[in-house]
Design a protein around this ligand. Structure first.
Ligand SMILES: NC(=O)c1ccc[n+]([C@@H]2O[C@H](COP(=O)([O-])OP(=O)(O)OC[C@H]3O[C@@H](n4cnc5c(N)ncnc54)[C@H](O)[C@@H]3O)[C@@H](O)[C@H]2O)c1
Ligand SMILES: [Zn+2]
Ligand SMILES: [Zn+2]
Length: 357
């Protein structure tokens, strides 16, 4: 089968990839659509260190084609959104509703794929830039058949991460002020999460002026496009002179984390969603933080996939959550490079690879 494999030097479209048989507790999923998240790009440029060879892609949806005898949560034919959390479902963290804290949820590398006689890893417990993958059954969350899989795929990372950061981590309340830095797939979902939470204002910031249309369509009340000589903190304070309640950093740049702390009102919170290069350090002026300010990290929107994925689908079906509008372009898997180029050019909310040949 076809798949995008990162070999440590380049990402190539392979045609003779295979995936191993399922084991107890696992399912096989035919991938129909897979979104291109910046975290995949970060593997290619070394920002995220992942051992090669690896099948990329971690934001996918498809159809269950095989289930192990002990699996009861999904059946063959179910449409599913895939979760990157390989959490165990049995530990204290899982039991208290914090699957992102489960020690099984991150860093347990598996190699279900083969290229010739070489075993190949799956990125982020998934590897969805290929025709079929094998995952834990708990990573496959059934959704209604009438939700287009191209749109549904984006729930698996961008939507859960951005909306989840607002709902689950920051817990933004109505009337609170929000800044979102970086209007990509993650930032747009933080914007629509903030709009759903009735935050006001919702100020979007991006250095690419074309992102204004997306930002406003997803609920931003203001769009700021700082040039190289502009002071983005001052630009925010022209709108909110005392600063804002929440800043979501959705780029992964340490100077922006510092700028985010300088944008906070007393009692305000920075939520770090962007992923800078491993080992990066950020700084802030300590005495600016004394007025009960907070800096928090947030992985995967602090999501509980079995709860949050169906919730996102319900909000979408009610017309309250935008998914179709996130899909700016679809590409055949073989056009992966074009999708990368158009992401870099800033043309996309999300680009989605349609995987089946
Ligand atoms: N915390 C998590 O669990 C999690 C999950 C997924 C992705 N991420 C990370 O989130 C980040 C964003 O991912 P994405 O898929 O939205 O990326 P993206 O490429 O779609 O969007 C990034 C946006 O940031 C903008 N930008 C770049 N430099 C900027 C600057 N100096 N000021 C303002 N805007 C700037 C770009 O123009 C672009 O619109 C990445 O670092 C990714 O690895 C984190
Ligand atoms: Zn992602
Ligand atoms: Zn667990």
């Amino acid at each position: 089968m076809r798949g995008i494999v990162w070999n440590g030097k380049e990402a190539t479209v392979e045609t003779d990839l295979t995936v191993r048989d399922i084991r107890a507790g696992e399912v096989r999923v035919r991938i129909e659509a897979a979104g291109l998240c910046h975290s995949d790009v970060s593997v290619l440029n070394g920002t995220i260190m992942f051992p090669p060879p690896v099948v990329l892609g971690h934001e996918g949806a498809g159809v269950v084609t095989q289930v192990a005898a002990d699996v009861t949560n999904v059946k063959v034919g179910d449409h599913v959104v895939l979760s990157t959390l390989g959490n165990c479902g049995q530990c204290g963290a899982c039991d208290r509703g914090k699957p992102t804290f489960c020690r099984q949820s991150l860093g347990k590398l598996s190699r279900p794929f083969c290229l010739g006689d070489q075993k190949v890893f799956q990125f982020a417990n998934l590897g969805v830039f290929t025709e079929e993958t094998v995952v834990k059954a708990t990573q496959a969350i059934a959704i209604p058949d009438d939700v287009p899989l191209t749109s549904a795929s984006l729930i698996g990372c961008g939507v859960l991460t951005g909306v989840g950061a607002v709902f689950n981590r920051a817990k933004v309340s109505h009337g609170e002020s929000v800044v979102v830095i970086g209007v990509g797939g993650i930032g747009l979902n933080a914007i629509q999460g903030a709009a759903l939470a009735d935050a006001l204002p919702v100020i979007a910031i991006d250095t690419n002026p074309t992102k204004e249309t997306y930002a406003k369509a997803f609920g931003a009340t203001h769009f700021l496009c700082p040039g190289p000589d502009d002071d983005v903190v001052e630009m925010v304070k022209e709108i909110c002179p005392n600063g804002v309640d929440y800043v979501f950093e959705c780029v992964g740049a340490t100077p922006l984390i510092r700028a985010a702390t300088d944008m906070l009102d007393w009692g305000g919170t920075v939520v770090m969603l962007g992923v800078p290069k491993m080992g990066s350090e950020a700084s802030f002026v300590v005495n600016t933080m004394y007025n009960d300010k907070t800096i928090m990290g947030c992985r995967y929107g602090s999501a509980r996939p079995q709860y949050d994925i169906p919730l996102m689908v319900r909000l979408y079906r009610q017309g309250r959550l935008k998914l179709d509008e996130l899909v700016s372009a679809t590409y055949d898997l073989a056009d992966f490079q074009q999708a990368l180029d158009e992401l870099h050019e800033g043309r996309l909310a999300r680009g989605v690879l349609t995987v089946q040949s």
